[in-house]
Design a protein around this ligand. Structure first.
Ligand code: C2O
Ligand code: CU
Length: 635
């Protein structure tokens, strides 16, 4: 719905431009009657555009329509109306044409946090001055000179705009994320935070680890269960990498060894709030481990739940090819379910199409499970896209009622029984499903791969049934509420608003369709600065036509509201939150883990194209650099 209105609205802007622009040139030479009809058409296109704006406003609210209202009405619609009312209209028609060009530009470019009313006003005023000068100068020069001057000016303007955009969007060859002073600390009179090198923010260096693992990255030719070959990058020659199972409270030590031919690699513990120096982001918390190198990570696994690890160096290619695996932290005191398994839904690069699979299984997997067995299926979405309407990462479970026992590792309080629902899981996110094995088959489907997936049955046979679904799982209204350490009515020390939007723009020097945060791309998205102990609120708004699964490192955030409605179920703690188009969320967290932290879209292609920002603690610095000259690619 949002996407449809947004596209229609953009197309109407383009249409208005196409109607007004030629009229600007011809208005002096056409008959009154023709001009009259032309103006009517121009006004009609803008009126239609306004209807789209009103629909956006009514259906999705001010956050999604503010700039349409504040920019397009005063700067486009108003001049158009004046043009229609005035008899001496040449000037106003031309001004409206210029305004419709701005409207066209606005519709197809990324959006800032707040509508840039001043900028558009200034541009329109400039257009007015140019048109005045033109009107004064033009009777004195011939038509040919006038037209050539116009064409020349247009070409120079377009070319310099292009060159400027292209040049300024180039990624620096070397770049350090510097936690500058407080970027949002208006009136903040506290003394400057002392400077801390993030390499000192590491896990326990001494102490005998409870569990040790070695993960060796290498290039391995693997075959999915269908026989489809993947030129994979693997940990310990398998995909997914080995499942690391530890107990809550364990001191974990993982040695990463890189045997890849050329590429650097790191290990990021997705969802585990480890100390900053153990976070594994190349060029931010460490240098990527070069071929032949090793790196040791040590941290305490103090939060139970389902997590995963993956490389955080050029992840849009490396994770897709297989550099990931599961890490499960079992509750120390609690007995494990008898049948407890991780299901990593992945999209493998097979030919041109991503091939959906559970782990390396792109065919149906059957397993025998005794009736009465307590089952826990730990779903992890390691793919690269989240599409909410029955695509890549939407699961369904048939054959038994079930519960979503945990979200992103956090237990849901008193989860109710569910059936016949679509379970859309954010890329990077996790749902633990639990049920007692019934006397018949239970089928876990990825709706994008009908007939594939996981079939549990008492005797290990059976055929999957097509899921009949009647709704979507909504974590905002699931389980029993419970007191939380803070809520929407708390006093927040810092508040940030992040608008995700898409449009035509420049990324690393070339013109493309870009996805941006507050109209900016890495490394230009301002770092969100906090201090240890701050209570932080983030408002996340998705005005783009794509889903953006947002992942903040190092912290778990409480979702306080979804699309303006308070969360009414169990406290909903996330590390990865999907933002479908046209949605907005308020999340809150306590800044209790000092460092420099990535906050990014986990659609890794988006991240690779600049959808990365950072949460920084004042005073924290990094000795690491990213950029093409350093070998560190932090996404
Ligand atoms: Cu799963 Cu920044 O990563
Ligand atoms: Cu995205």
């Amino acid at each position: 719905m949002f996407v449809t209105i947004d596209i229609v609205s953009a197309v109407l802007s383009a249409l208005a431009f196409l109607v007004w622009m030629p009229l600007a040139f011809l208005v002096e030479r056409l008959s009154r009657r023709t001009v009259h009809w032309w103006l009517t058409a121009g006004l009609a296109s803008l009126a239609a555009k306004s209807v789209a704006t009103v629909m956006l406003l009514v259906t999705f609210g001010w956050r999604f329509a503010a700039d349409q209202v504040l920019i397009e009405i005063p700067f486009v619609l108003l001049p158009a109306v004046i043009a229609c009312l005035r008899s001496d209209r040449v000037m106003v028609v031309r001004l409206t044409a210029a305004a419709s060009l701005l409207g066209f530009f606005h519709a197809f470019t990324v959006k800032a946090e707040t509508p840039n009313v001043f900028g558009y006003g200034a541009m329109l005023f400039l257009a007015f001055l140019i048109l005045r000068a033109w009107a004064i100068a033009s009777p004195r020069v011939s038509r040919v000179v006038r037209m050539s001057a116009f064409v020349l000016a247009a070409v120079v303007l377009a070319a310099s705009g292009f060159a400027y955009g292209s040049f300024t969007s180039r990624w620096p060859k070397r770049h350090t994320m510097a936690a500058a002073g407080p970027s949002h600390g208006h009136g903040d009179r506290r003394t400057a935070a002392p400077s801390v090198d993030l390499t000192t923010l590491h896990g326990p260096r001494t102490g005998i680890p409870d569990r040790t693992f070695t993960l060796t990255a290498a290039e391995t030719a693997i075959k999915l269960t269908s026989g489809a070959p993947v030129a994979a990058w693997t940990f310990n020659a398998q995909v997914p990498g080995p499942e690391l199972r530890v107990k809550q409270g364990d001191l974990v030590e993982v040695t990463l060894v890189n045997r890849l031919p050329k590429e650097g690699v790191t290990l990021h513990w997705h969802g585990l709030d480890v100390p900053n120096a153990e976070d594994g982001v190349a060029g931010l918390t460490q240098d990527a481990v070069r071929p032949g190198g090793t790196h040791i990570y040590r941290f305490r696994a103090d939060r139970a739940g389902t997590y995963w690890y993956h490389t955080h160096q050029a992840s849009s290619t490396a994770v897709v090819r297989g550099l990931f695996g599961a890490i499960v932290v079992e509750r120390a005191e609690q007995a494990r379910e008898e049948f407890d398994t991780v299901v990593m839904s992945h999209a493998w690069p097979v030919g041109d199409e991503p091939r959906p699979a559970f782990g390396a299984a792109d065919t149906l997997t059957r397993k025998a499970v005794q009736p009465g067995t307590a089952v826990r299926l730990r779903l992890v979405n390691t793919g690269n896209n989240t599409v909410s309407d029955a695509e890549a990462t939407t699961f369904a479970l048939t054959g038994t009622p079930y519960r979503v026992a945990a979200i992103d590792g956090g237990e849901v309080r008193e989860p109710g029984e569910l059936r016949n629902l679509r379970l859309s899981l954010a890329t990077g996110g996790r749902y633990d499903l639990t049920f007692t094995m019934p006397n018949g088959p239970v089928y876990l489907a990825d709706l994008a791969a009908p007939g594939k997936g996981l079939l549990l049955s008492p005797d290990g046979t059976g055929t999957p049934e097509t899921p009949v679904l009647s709704g979507d799982f909504d974590p905002a209204q699931y389980g029993r509420p419970a007191p939380t350490p803070f809520d929407a009515s708390s006093r927040f020390d810092r508040q940030f608003t992040i608008v995700a939007s898409d449009g035509v723009g420049f990324v690393d020097g070339s013109l493309d369709l870009i996805q941006a945060f507050n109209g900016r791309l890495y490394p230009d998205v301002p770092m969100q600065m906090v201090r240890k102990g701050d209570l932080v609120k983030m408002t996340l708004i998705n005005r783009s036509r794509d889903n953006h699964p947002m992942h903040l490192h190092g912290h778990h955030a409480l979702v306080m509201s979804a699309n303006g409605r308070a969360v009414t179920g169990s406290p909903w703690w996330i590390d990865t939150l999907d933002l479908p188009p046209g949605t907005w969320f308020e999340i809150g967290f306590r800044a209790d883990n000092p460092g420099l932290w990535m906050d990014h879209c986990h659609n890794l292609d988006h991240a690779a194209a600049g959808m990365l920002m950072h949460l920084g603690y004042e005073g924290v610095t990094t000795p690491f650099e990213s950029g093409s000259a350093t070998g560190n690619m932090p996404e």
